[in-house]
Ligand binder design. Structure first.
Ligand SMILES: [Fe+2]
Length: 278
């Protein structure tokens, strides 16, 4: 066998090449898709990385229709000298789901690591499995959480949107509930520029404070979340309908370069929570 498949902890699948630099074409797309549906994350490691963004996006097209942004298909996640948004800073990024502020919500997030920070420099991507969080929630807590909706406003280079979303919603195409939450900025995690405007309805302020504490504890609990430490040429495929994701801060000017493509579901999922988009 040219590659082996093992489990990641606490969830996810790792497909590792048996010989360094194996062509990614050796890997059957349907094998990846099946693992994606079962495990929510697939890490593909030890294969030949993509030489340029075009090669990467062409590969991603095999999974479905790519979500197109004003900048094109591939987002270059790299620290900028004078960032206008936390995405392009070296700060942490609060948990969120991709496309929450856009007209369509992608199902697949596909990342390619062009250059990983050195060990100890931070910059792990955090994926929180909301199925796992909900599985172990008491009936009381679930009832409480079900009554909450988030009102999210965010303006950045590519959109200016308002979104109203229940904290717990149904997965658009599968038979289970998921959490949709854009984490409130927590100064304990460090600085953050261009902070989204976030408020909640459904419970009294005091009860909401308790919910945020519980959310923080459960979403980041190592039993429910996978923190991915990048290596050069890693490819990570993550289920954006089920997981929330964020980023750990990293050392200033650490060589962290990740490319990201979003692939839509089939049929594409129109964002049901989008109120306004300017
Ligand atoms: Fe994101």
């Amino acid at each position: 066998m040219k590659y082996k498949i093992t489990k990641l902890e606490p969830f996810g699948a790792l497909i590792e090449s048996a010989m360094p630099g194996l062509d990614i074409g050796e890997l059957n797309i349907e094998v990846i898709r099946e693992l994606f549906l079962q495990e929510q994350i697939v890490l593909i490691r030890g294969f030949q990385g993509f030489a340029n963004p075009d090669d990467f996006s062409k590969y991603c097209e095999q999974f479905g229709e790519i979500s197109i942004w004003p900048f094109g298909k591939v987002l270059e996640l790299v620290q900028q000298d004078e960032p206008l948004d936390h995405i392009f800073d070296n700060s942490y990024v609060p948990l969120h789901w991709d496309g929450m502020y856009r007209t369509q919500v992608p199902e697949y997030q596909i990342f390619h690591c062009v250059k990983a920070p050195s060990p100890g420099q931070g910059g792990r991507t955090i994926f929180s499995n909301t199925i796992k969080v909900l599985e172990n929630l008491s009936q009381d807590m679930r009832e409480n959480w079900k009554s909450i909706s988030g009102i999210y406003k965010r303006k950045m280079e590519f959109y200016n949107s308002k979104v109203i979303s229940p904290l717990i919603t149904r997965h658009p195409y599968r038979n289970f509930d998921v959490i949709r939450y854009n984490e409130v900025h927590n100064p304990d995690r460090g600085k953050l520029i261009n902070i989204p405007d976030i408020s909640f309805t459904g419970l009294k302020e005091k009860e909401l404070v308790k919910v945020f504490k519980d959310l923080d504890k459960l979403l980041y609990n190592p039993k429910n979340s996978y923190a991915h430490e990048w290596r050069d040429a890693d490819i990570v495929i993550a289920d954006n309908f089920t997981l929330l994701h964020g980023r750990e801060a990293f050392k200033l000017n650490a060589p962290r370069h990740i490319q990201r493509v979003q692939v839509l579901s089939n049929p594409p999922f129109d964002n049901p929570h989008l109120e306004t988009l300017k």
